[in-house]
Design a protein around this ligand. Structure first.
Ligand code: ADP
Length: 191
């Protein structure tokens, strides 16, 4: 099993690239954002509780996403590894993920971080709002808050992973195909 974190601020293209990379390398794509939105769409009690937090651009509690991921890891079969997208988002989530993987004889093998300019992020998210209908993409203040939350709570994971030799920055500007090729070139060395 080879396990990757795909990392970067909101709008950096993690989701788009993850779908393609998961298919190419037979990885299971695990997006906590998608899982949470599925709960909201299904109208579950958890979804109802989380939707307000998400609409403000804040992070849902660590234990909620950790439990979701643990469940997926234990109910998956047949993939060459996992591609974690939008998870972990805090150092505490990272430590939990490492523990979960270690207990199952696995580890985080690489963290790929998409670097994208701030103005480009905002532009992409506003454009995406038209198609996705995601409420957290519609409001510029919520977009800015998500980017701030990323810097404050999520970016410290880069240092944490860098110290373990897992950090790989990737240029996230250019066409979707260009970025896919760059990510692909790093990943194929490990899969
Ligand atoms: P984006 O990368 O565009 O912000 P996501 O789909 O990854 O989109 O996440 C949408 C929202 O879901 C986040 O703003 C946050 O409220 C919540 N969320 C997703 N993943 C996590 C996580 N690992 N920890 C806490 N909150 C999360």
């Amino acid at each position: 099993m080879v396990n990757f974190l795909i990392f970067g601020p909101p709008g950096s293209g993690k989701g788009t690239q993850s779908v393609r990379l998961a298919e190419k390398f037979n990885l299971l794509h695990l997006s906590t954002g998608d899982m949470l939105r599925a709960e909201i769409t299904a109208g579950t009690a958890l979804g109802k509780k989380m939707s307000l937090i998400m609409s403000k651009g804040e992070l849902v509690p660590d234990e909620v996403v950790i439990e979701m991921i643990a469940h997926k890891i234990d109910h998956s079969k047949g993939s060459a590894g996992f591609l974690f997208d939008g998870f972990p988002r805090t150092v505490a989530q990272t430590i939990s993920l490492e523990k979960m993987l270690n207990e199952r004889g696995m580890k985080i093998d690489q963290m790929l971080v998409l670097d994208v300019d701030h103005d480009e992020l905002v532009k992409r998210l506003i454009a995406r709002a038209e198609l996705s209908g995601r409420p957290d993409d519609k409001d510029p203040a919520v977009i800015e808050n998500r980017i701030d939350v990323y810097k404050e709570k999520t970016e410290p994971i880069i240092n944490y992973c860098n110290e373990k030799g897992l950090y790989q920055p990737v240029k996230g500007m250019g066409t979707i195909d260009d970025i896919f090729k760059r990510l692909n070139d790093y990943m194929k060395k490990l899969v």
